[in-house]
Design a binder for this molecule. Structure first.
Ligand code: ZN
Length: 411
């Protein structure tokens, strides 16, 4: 493959030291595909060098997952067994640093009944979610990517396996700012400083709502939660104060809007991949804060099912601002992976919001955060609305309009 050991090493270090920011004595849980065992070893070693007490690896294997879905029944798959729950309890106790290496084939679950997929997810989430909530804000985590052949071929079907993987590598490394000669740590410092400056500006404005307009039909207003913060790039583990970067790459500045308070239509500018299936050319119309209708040229039924996953699935949990100059957008292709695609341009997410955007949010229960307007759901699905001509105005509580975005980028 065309990627040098030097670059791989720099990338592994970046994920462990800057992304997850593993601290002395911490337990690490690494989730990675079996195909990526060499990179897993590299990450493990970096974690130990950073002082990790123990690195546990959770191996993923797309084909194993698919075979289970094809042959095992829904009830069996949907059940969380006692030993699995014990692992979750241990996680709440250890508060491990979690590192995820995304590399899966976007078509891995093709041929599996989507109804079964969402039913199993719904049933498992009901048990798993309280444990996830219990560690929220109290541990560091980082998702980064490693190209698999199948993923690369999905992005570049006309290239050979090797060419496709190399091309996806180039794109990934560009978006995570790793080059043969550069200092990625310094590059990330400059990048996170820029994002934090923009977030501070937004926070100082105290907007009560945002208005979106675009020639493609987007005409939308969303109310913000009065004292919720805009955040970006990094987060802080409330237990040990460690600064970490949950997503590599990351270009967005986001907040959770007031659940149930938005009106109008959002037109998607990129296809959405959900449960390994594509929803294309779609628009969603909101009334009284809820998605009341949707139209998709492809994947209509899937989109409707997504919106009806639970109470909160029809409401927004996130609004995020990303300028069109984003290196992900500059790559010019769809990654079929939210980690990248959501960093291409402005987006919103249906479903679960982020309680940490509220003052003292880490200490709130999900129900308390919900009372203040942060949406809750078992889903969190981002879709892109950042057209090249997108305008966004911030509305101050006194009604004054302040340009935030013009022509798809910062005004
Ligand atoms: Zn986002």
């Amino acid at each position: 493959m065309g990627i040098s050991e030097n670059v791989l090493q720099k990338y592994a270090e970046l994920i462990v030291r800057i992304g997850a920011n593993v601290q002395q004595g911490q337990v690490v849980q690494l989730t990675v595909a079996v195909e990526q065992h060499d990179f897993a070893a590299l990450i493990m070693e970096e974690c130990y060098k950073a002082g990790a007490k123990k690195v546990n690896v959770e191996w993923m294997f797309d084909r194993q997952n698919k075979l289970n879905y094809l042959y095992a029944d829904q009830e069996t798959l949907g059940r969380v067994l006692p030993w699995e729950e014990e692992k979750l309890k241990q996680m709440v106790q250890d508060l491990p640093v979690r590192i995820f290496i995304a590399s899966e084939d976007p078509d891995a679950m093709n041929g599996v009944d989507p109804q079964k997929l969402s039913a199993v997810m719904q049933s498992r989430s009901a048990v798993i979610k309280p444990y996830r909530n219990a560690i929220d804000g109290k541990h560091q985590w980082c998702i980064a990517a490693y190209p698999s052949v199948k993923w690369a071929k999905k992005c570049f079907p006309s290239l050979s396996d090797e060419e496709a993987v190399n091309k996806l590598w180039d794109a990934i490394l560009k978006t995570v700012r790793v080059e043969e000669e550069n200092d990625p740590v310094a590059a990330w410092k400059a990048h996170t400083d820029f994002i934090e400056k923009k977030a501070a500006w937004l926070n100082a404005q105290g907007f009560s709502s945002l208005r979106y307009h675009s020639a493609n039909g987007t005409d939308f207003t969303v109310d913000l939660i009065p004292d919720a913060k805009w955040e970006g790039a990094g987060a802080v583990n409330a237990v040990n104060g460690a600064f970490y970067i949950p997503n590599m790459p990351t270009e967005e500045i986001f907040t959770s809007p007031m659940a149930g308070k938005c009106e109008g239509t959002l037109v998607a500018v990129k296809p959405l991949s959900w449960n390994s299936q594509l929803i294309e050319d779609f628009a969603i119309t909101f009334e009284n804060g809820r998605a009341v209708s949707c139209h998709a040229a492809k994947g209509q039924e899937l989109l409707e099912r997504m919106i009806h996953m639970d109470e909160g699935a029809a409401m927004l949990g996130e609004v995020a601002l990303v300028p069109k100059e984003s290196p992900v957008n500059q790559c010019g292709f769809l990654f079929y992976e939210t980690l990248f695609d959501e960093n291409a341009c402005c987006h919103v997410a249906l479903g679960m919001g982020f309680k940490e955007v509220l003052p003292g949010g880490d200490d709130l229960t999900v129900a308390q955060a919900q009372e203040k307007g942060v949406n809750d759901s078992i889903i969190h699905v981002d879709f892109m609305v950042g057209a090249d001509d997108l305008s966004i105005d911030g509305v101050r509580p006194d009604g004054t309009l302040v340009p935030v975005f013009r022509g798809g980028t910062w005004a």
